[in-house]
Design a binder for this molecule. Structure first.
Ligand code: ADP
Ligand code: LRH
Length: 480
């Protein structure tokens, strides 16, 4: 049968990559064309994304990918670039970890109470949701002269094709979308003075997003015409689309810079209990809802490793495996860990303040982080099942964290459920499969998942050890 090649541009908070997927009716092969670091820059104004360096990485990647049948783009959520009336970018996009949103939520809630905001948008509270960023920027000169707002994948799509759009799965992370109508939350925007005219029209995974412009073809050496296809442009939407589940009763954890742990549902859960538990209802493919919780994820480890001068990760994890389990744990859901810097010290302080042994060596701190992540995974998986009344028998872990066998095993132990780990490049695979589906090569979501289960290397971890130890650690954390 016919086999086609698709380029997936997948930009994570720690690195970007261009992957090439060769997909046929019963085959799926993935190869890396180019990987490049994503290093935020602290300017005098604050923390910024180096979006030009990312775009250069995309062009290099497309060149390395060679001739493809289509291109799709996904990235991390919530952040955006502003364009002036000529379509030129106004400044570097602000990083979601920038401090400008501190204290903004309280101001927003004075106009739209938090409970109303949740009922209308279904989004968990995170200080960096686009809504809060826009309110923080309200009186900035940049926003005053902006004519267009493009979310990061939409900005790159615009540079590649010259066409504007706002992709829906990523738009659902702005907190300006109503998850029931899957359209803008006009009332919330109006009450907060947010101009929805800044956003380009919504487009959905599978919609055409234009063609690579001549300048891009020249730069990359590709032969036109090459279409750009809209995918689930939120990396987590693409990653969830590539969870290789074979049934309905599964939870997923997308592990990378963040851990996004939850369920795929048919409808949002907008109850007060769900809001109190800080679960989010983001939009996925085909009318699905990604009901999940953000957990600080491997960010905690990335930041420590950066502070320690980049030791070998494999050796560090082997040493951590030798440290006794669950000696001290921190709340890996705590937004106190959001900002960069001094991470080993901050973790040690959190242990000291909660009266636990203070980890000192890199191995001890790493163990504390992995135990804490597994514990947060356990809580999210258990609470999501209860809140959504959707029991599961298996936990799928996808993303870069699947390369961390200790984290996968600890997660199985903590959840008391088997863990199936892989694929590591789930976001890129979800991106590619949506392109392949749009071109008629694969069927619905279920057949996409079956294809992944058949073709991708997966590792299964059975739960081990005494679940009571995790229960006790959870209780210890709840006390503090
Ligand atoms: P993002 O898309 O958010 O940038 P990734 O999905 O690429 O993140 O995952 C990056 C994380 O994966 C790293 O922070 C690291 O902890 C983990 N990781 C990557 N490679 C390895 C490896 N060889 N062994 C253990 N962990 C790894
Ligand atoms: C993961 C991610 C996550 C968002 C965060 C800002 O890369 O897209 O889903 O919450 O970045």
């Amino acid at each position: 049968g016919s086999v086609k090649s698709y380029a997936a541009v997948d930009l994570g908070a720690s690195s970007g990559r261009v992957m090439v997927g060769r997909a046929g009716r019963d085959s799926l092969e993935l190869a890396l064309a180019h990987r490049f670091p994503n290093r935020p820059v602290r300017t005098p104004e604050g923390l910024r994304w180096d979006v030009l360096s990312l775009y250069a990485g995309v062009l290099d990647g497309l060149k390395a990918a060679g001739q493809v049948d289509s291109v799709g783009i996904d990235s991390w959520a919530v952040d955006y670039g502003l364009l002036d009336a000529d379509g030129a970018l106004l400044g570097n996009p602000v990083h979601y970890r920038d401090t400008r949103t501190e204290g903004v939520a309280e101001k927003v809630w004075a106009t739209v109470p938090a409970a109303e905001l949740y009922a209308a948008t279904g989004l968990q509270f995170a200080p960096f949701n686009t809504l809060y960023q826009l309110v923080a920027a309200r009186s900035s000169a940049q926003l005053a002269c902006a004519k267009r707002l493009l979310l990061i994948p939409d900005l790159l799509t615009y540079w590649l094709t010259g066409e504007f759009g706002t992709e829906l799965t990523n738009a659902s992370t702005t907190q300006l979308i109503d998850p029931r109508t899957r359209d803008w939350s006009y009332d919330v925007a109006a009450r907060l003075g947010i101009d929805l005219e800044l956003f380009a029209p919504l487009r959905r995974p599978g919609d055409p997003a234009g063609w690579l412009q001549q300048r891009v073809l020249d730069e990359t050496g590709l032969r036109g015409p090459v279409p750009v296809t809209t995918v689930g442009s939120h990396d987590t939407a693409s990653a969830v689309a590539a969870v290789p589940a074979t049934g309905e009763r599964f939870a997923y954890i997308c592990t990378g810079t963040w851990s996004l742990a939850g369920l795929e549902l048919d409808a949002p859960v907008l109850t007060e209990a769900s809001r109190a538990a800080n679960f989010t209802n983001e939009l996925g493919l085909d009318g699905t809802v990604r009901y999940l919780r953000n957990i600080m994820g491997l960010w905690l480890l990335q930041e420590c490793v950066r502070e320690w001068g980049d030791p070998d990760l494999g050796e560090l994890l082997r040493a951590a495996a030798g440290v006794p389990a669950l000696r001290s744990v921190v709340d890996a859901g705590d937004a106190a860990f959001l900002a960069p810097g001094r991470m080993p010290e901050r973790i040690a302080e959190a242990c000291r303040e909660s009266g636990q042994p203070v980890p000192g060596t890199p191995a001890e701190i790493t163990r504390c982080i992995l135990d804490s992540l597994a514990l947060a995974h356990r809580r999210a998986v258990a609470e999501a099942q209860a809140l959504a009344d959707h029991p599961v028998d298996v936990v799928h872990i996808v993303g870069g964290g699947t390369r961390n066998a200790l984290l996968c095993q600890l997660t199985a132990d903590a959840c008391g459920l088997p863990v199936v780990a892989g694929p590591a490049e789930a976001a890129a695979l979800g991106n590619i499969l949506v392109q392949a589906r749009t071109h008629g090569l694969v069927g619905d979501r279920t057949s996409m998942r079956q294809l992944l289960a058949r073709t991708q290397p997966l590792v299964r971890y059975e739960p081990q050890g005494d679940p009571a130890a995790w229960h006790a650690a959870e209780a210890r954390l709840a006390e503090k």
